[in-house]
Design a protein. Structure first.
Length: 242
């Protein structure tokens, strides 16, 4: 049984194609800009079986068209990798494309088995510098790079996502280090630069917590373009996702 926070039946931002989105409960990072603060701890969830979820997917697939699939996000889905294995395995048996939206911080035997039945991985890089990564997530980034290296080792297709947060993740040195690191990957298909926004602030308030980035503005178009231009010089398929 998966501990599910919520579902979305017509996702267009978590590509490829139209996606059935499954948001799982629980996360091991404490990102200061978290948009889904209510998914971090257990407590705001419902248990759902593979059969329940697949039945829900079948009810909606008539609206999806020819190119669609299931993306699991969170929270952090790798926290429930053991239970996701059977779900993804059943989806693959009925030819449904599977994608995993993850902070890429966990790599154990269950995660490795899960990756075998995952078509596309959507890992985040929160920050290239370990000290800044700790400021953003309260955790180090060593495990993230180990995860990405493992994706390359098993020849798994993946897209990298990078949230641009003014004052936190916009240091030019970090962007330079990103392209130097990512340039070695053959199975990296796409890099997405996501602008920070504070649309999730209300969730922090609902939980009686202080939103750390209350005074941080969303990056301007020229700030996003500057990062893209740096990466474009060395990497293919760099996009700004608004």
């Amino acid at each position: 049984m998966l501990r599910v926070h919520s579902t979305e039946t017509f996702g267009t931002q978590d590509w490829p194609g139209i996606r059935f989105l499954l948001f799982l409960q629980w996360c091991n990072f404490k990102c200061v800009y978290c948009q889904n603060r209510d998914t971090r701890e257990f407590g705001w969830w419902k248990e759902m079986s593979d059969e329940d979820l697949i039945e829900m997917i079948h009810r909606e697939e008539v609206y999806f068209g020819d190119r669609w699939g299931v993306t699991v996000s969170g929270g952090e889905p790798l926290m429930q990798a053991k239970w996701l294995i059977s779900f993804f395995t059943k989806l693959k048996k009925i030819w449904i494309h599977t994608a995993l939206d993850t902070n890429a911080s966990i790599l154990n035997d269950d995660v490795k088995k899960l990756l075998e039945v995952t078509d596309l991985v959507l890992p985040d890089i929160k920050h290239m510098d370990n000290e800044w990564h700790k400021k953003v997530t309260w955790e180090n980034n060593k495990s993230v790079f180990e995860f990405l290296d493992y994706l390359e080792k098993i020849k798994k297709q993946f897209w990298v996502r990078y949230v641009l947060v003014p004052g936190y993740t916009d240091q030019k040195e970090s962007i330079e280090n990103m392209w130097k690191y990512l340039s070695k990957f053959k199975f990296l298909q796409r890099i997405e630069i996501l602008p920070f926004h504070n649309l999730g602030e209300y969730k922090w308030k609902e939980m009686g917590e202080n939103y750390f980035l209350k005074w941080i503005h969303s990056p301007k178009k020229e700030e996003l373009e500057e990062v893209k231009n740096i990466l474009d010089k060395h990497l293919k398929n760099v996009y700004i996702r608004i």
